[in-house]
Design a protein. Structure first.
Ligand SMILES: [Zn+2]
Length: 379
């Protein structure tokens, strides 16, 4: 099987590909000189210099780039590896001191015996411009029979300003030589006072039909994980009519296995800062808030939140709801202290919250399929 050199590089060494793409976009590349390039070194060297090292990284390389006609120009690119896989990259640009971090995820998906598909996803974060975030999906599809290769690129951007999110999604059929996007979507999404996103204006290329029936549509174009999860949290809070109860939502580094929690004493939903789950996690934790609201309506809860819910919603009149609320109550009494093991996974509060997750995911995937058939599969 014959593969083009670019693809060979792509499969073996990501850095070469990135360099290639950068050069393509950057026509005055000859102005730049390579000052230093290190071999792969252990991160312990950096740690002793006081440089913060991303979690999981074991080795790094560093490249220092200067400009021929500008002695002050300096760009230092530090690439971190975990088990020889790139896990993060820092770019420091001289005075501006812009640090971009990207995380890479690679999916190897043999679609079937005919095609082999690899998707590399890069998440760019710019510490100097937190209002901006960018996602890049590079997709390489190889036909196993004749060796032909197709490239695709999705470049998704969000700019956040006050309550408006500008979202742009561009799909390039061939990211190696095409500047023009084959398809693109530009949206202005407004986050309402209730935290729910709405599409305010849109511009889409011909042939794309954004379904008005898809209630999750605006959520699909929020690419920042935290913001997306927050929007979903408000969505579920509204779904269960819990919006006036003063439920707080926060993010922090949670301990080991925890990625989310609902605390009925504090009336707080907490998410782990690094959790990549969005809709499922929001559906799960808000469902816990709903469960305790129902327990409160039985007149059995002892937290201010439970009493507040009883006052707001009154007693439960529907017999099925009532029966379920008693199951919540019993499960709440037997809720284990540890968030693992059988007692935890078999607890009805958990089973019910997991079911809510599943339903949410099913709903979300419906619209995703319809959109993916038009503009790719990353929505
Ligand atoms: Zn749970």
């Amino acid at each position: 099987m014959h593969l083009s050199p670019v693809i060979k590089n792509m499969r073996t060494n990501y850095r070469d590909v990135k360099r290639y793409i950068v050069h393509k976009l950057n026509h005055d590349k000859y102005k730049y000189i390579l000052k230093i390039k290190t071999e792969k070194c252990s991160v312990s060297q950096l740690k002793s210099m006081g440089v913060s090292v991303p979690e999981g990284a074991d080795t790094f390389t560093m490249v220092h780039i200067g400009k021929r006609d500008d002695s002050k120009y300096s760009k230092r690119i530090t690439t971190f590896f975990n088990n020889n896989q790139i896990c993060a990259r820092y770019i420091d640009s001289g005075d501006e001191f812009i640090t971009k971090v990207y995380n890479q995820k690679t999916y190897n998906r043999g679609v079937n015996n005919l095609f082999h598909r690899v998707v590399k996803t890069f998440i760019y974060k710019n510490n100097a411009a937190p209002e901006y975030s960018e996602l890049e999906h590079l997709e390489i599809i190889r036909n196993n029979l004749n060796g032909s290769v197709k490239y695709k690129m999705h470049r998704d951007k969000n700019t956040f300003k006050d309550s408006i999110i500008k979202a742009s999604l561009k799909e390039h059929d061939n990211f190696l030589n095409s500047k023009l996007a084959k398809r693109d979507i530009d949206l202005d999404i407004r986050i309402g006072n209730d935290g729910i996103p709405h599409i305010e204006s849109k511009s889409v290329s011909d042939g794309i039909n954004l379904s008005e029936q898809d209630e999750f549509l605006p959520y699909r174009f929020i690419f920042d994980t935290s913001k997306k999860r927050l929007a979903f949290t408000h969505y579920f809070i509204k779904k269960y009519h819990l919006e006036d109860l003063g439920i707080k939502i926060k993010e922090e580094h949670m301990s080991d296995n925890d990625i989310g929690s609902f605390d009925e004493f504090e009336k707080t939903i907490t998410y782990d800062k690094d959790a990549c789950e969005t809709i499922t996690l929001a559906a799960h934790e808000v469902r816990h808030a709903y469960q305790y609201a129902q327990i409160g309506r039985l007149g059995k809860g002892y937290t201010p939140y439970c009493r507040q819910c009883r006052k707001k919603f009154g007693n439960i009149t529907n017999p099925d709801e009532l029966a379920q609320a008693y199951k919540f109550l019993i499960a709440g009494e037997n809720y284990p202290a540890s968030g693992s093991g059988k007692l935890y996974s078999e607890n009805y509060l958990e089973k019910d919250a997991n079911h809510a997750e599943l339903l949410a995911m099913r709903e979300y995937s419906k619209g995703a399929k319809a959109l993916a058939s038009q503009i790719g599969r990353y929505i």
